[in-house]
Design a protein around this ligand. Structure first.
Ligand SMILES: NC(=O)c1ccc[n+]([C@@H]2O[C@H](COP(=O)([O-])OP(=O)(O)OC[C@H]3O[C@@H](n4cnc5c(N)ncnc54)[C@H](O)[C@@H]3O)[C@@H](O)[C@H]2O)c1
Length: 446
């Protein structure tokens, strides 16, 4: 449990706040859409009186989102959505300069990670904001009385609450927002099983989120994280990209741009065909394992790289993951068959296997957030504009939203794109009356 003196926060060192403030201001320069929303929020206060618990990567971009939500009137608590993704200076800045309740320390162990989730839940939120559904997942285990499925720090706290208090904790949530593909998949599965307890806005499903954040954000920052961790030369190497969804497409593009020979593995024939026609070599992981110098998983699935693949890899192969959870590379399997790990540099661990060495980056966790800084602010501008609008949408429509997974309305999505273009100084054409008429007709101009 967090000690009484730390009830309102648990961070590494508040003395890091100056650096966090400088870096957060730097990111803010590239977030014009969120800035406009924050200004409106400060005037209109749409979140006044609402408690909001967020479980997000604690980065400079997230700091700007938290400040925008606070400007809208929300009382905000923030914990990390990954043990390695917290920027401790940013956490310090939010606590010292904005009084935001932050519970996050980079490199926190499993128990501390869940203790921080407990602290965010103890904020008794009206709205939750997740990146990977950890808060919503815990709330549902409470609602369904599956306390054994809760991590011990959360379970112990829940056990101190009466049945009425537990019910109120879940019933108090008017709605939730979800940032990433993996979280949305889980929430849709909950809705399908009829167990979803409150409405959720799938921020990831907005076009101004996944088309840009997942593709260009993950593409660039994943390569950035790998290079920062290893300083390896990408040109001329063979890079195996597992998964050709939005993130995989973006990363394959950037790896090819840096001069790699890219091999794509997929399980979906449509995506595999697309990769083939985009000019990549498509292969099974069993084939790719023999030729790859660098392997990157971006699938949102489990055990994509397994021990049989690792056994087939070349000496010196490097393995990284940029999918949400650290389950895509079978590290448990590796531990059983290999000797190690030996830390060779920050975020690089060496394993000895069948007389050769393979290297795993960042313990198989999101490499772009562990070894680099996550997505550039300019792309998070749109993702977090969606988050802010989603929180406002939950408050405004709490009475009518059904217990299902929703998107934010299409016109808000397009408005974010319009504001982003405007901020970039890009003008586009508008339909002429004749064009509008033509597009609405079936008998003109044939
Ligand atoms: N690193 C980041 O900052 C970041 C950012 C956004 C999303 N994500 C995460 O990245 C993951 C992928 O997200 P996305 O938006 O690209 O999802 P997506 O659904 O668009 O793509 C995933 C792809 O992986 C494929 N796939 C599934 N199992 C596979 C397997 N065994 N082998 C090969 N391919 C397989 C699917 O067919 C699909 O094409 C998710 O976990 C998501 O939450 C990470």
């Amino acid at each position: 449990m967090i000690t009484a003196s730390k009830q309102d926060h648990d961070i590494k060192d508040v003395k890091l706040a100056d650096e966090g403030r400088r870096r957060t201001e730097w990111a803010e320069r590239s977030m014009p859409v969120l800035r406009q929303l924050a200004e409106r929020f400060a005037r209109e206060r749409p979140l006044a009186g609402k408690r909001l618990a967020a479980c997000l990567h604690v980065t400079t971009e997230t700091a700007n989102l938290m400040v925008a939500l606070q400007a809208g009137g929300a009382d905000v608590a923030l914990c990390a959505s990954n043990p390695l993704s917290t920027q401790d200076d940013v956490a310090a800045h939010l606590v010292r300069d904005h009084g935001i309740k932050v519970f996050a320390i980079k490199g926190e162990d499993h128990a501390t990670y869940y203790e921080h989730i407990r602290a965010a839940l103890a904020h008794r939120p009206d709205i939750t904001m997740d990146d990977g559904a950890d808060l919503v997942g815990a709330l549902h285990m409470v609602a369904l009385n599956r306390l054994d499925d809760l991590a011990p720090p959360v379970r112990k706290w829940i056990e101190t609450l009466s049945a009425a208090e537990r019910k109120a904790l879940v019933a108090g949530v008017a709605g939730s927002t979800e940032e990433t593909t993996t979280g949305v998949i889980r929430l849709k599965a909950m809705a399908k099983d009829g167990v979803l307890q409150f409405p959720v806005i799938a921020v990831n499903d907005s076009d101004t989120k996944h088309l840009f954040d997942n593709r260009y954000g993950t593409g660039q920052s994943t390569l950035d994280g790998i290079i920062r961790a290893t300083n390896m030369l990408i040109a001329g190497s063979t890079v195996v990209v597992a998964g050709y969804g939005w993130c995989g497409r973006g990363f394959a593009l950037r790896a090819r741009g840096a001069g790699a020979n890219v091999v794509v593995t997929e399980i979906d024939p449509m995506k595999a065909l697309e990769a083939q026609m985009d000019g990549y070599r498509v292969a099974t992981m069993a084939e790719a394992a023999r030729v790859g110098d660098l392997f990157v998983t971006l699938t949102g699935n489990v055990e994509v790289i397994r021990v049989e693949h690792m056994r087939a890899m070349k000496d010196g192969a490097v393995l990284a993951n940029s999918g949400h959870f650290n389950v895509e590379i079978d590290l448990e399997g590796l531990k059983k068959i290999a000797r190690g790990p030996v830390a060779v540099r920050d975020f690089v661990e060496e394993w000895q296997l069948d007389g050769k060495k393979i290297f795993v980056l960042a313990d198989g966790r999101l490499i772009n957030l562990a070894a680099a800084e996550g997505h550039p602010a300019s792309v998070m501008d749109m993702s977090f504009a969606n988050q802010a609008l989603a929180a406002e949408h939950v408050v405004r429509h709490a009475k009518t939203l059904t217990k299902d997974v929703h998107r934010i309305p299409g016109e808000l999505d397009r408005e974010i794109a319009r504001l982003k273009l405007q901020a970039m100084g890009v003008a586009i054409d508008t339909l002429t009356p004749a064009q509008k008429k033509y597009l609405a007709s079936w008998d003109l101009g044939t």
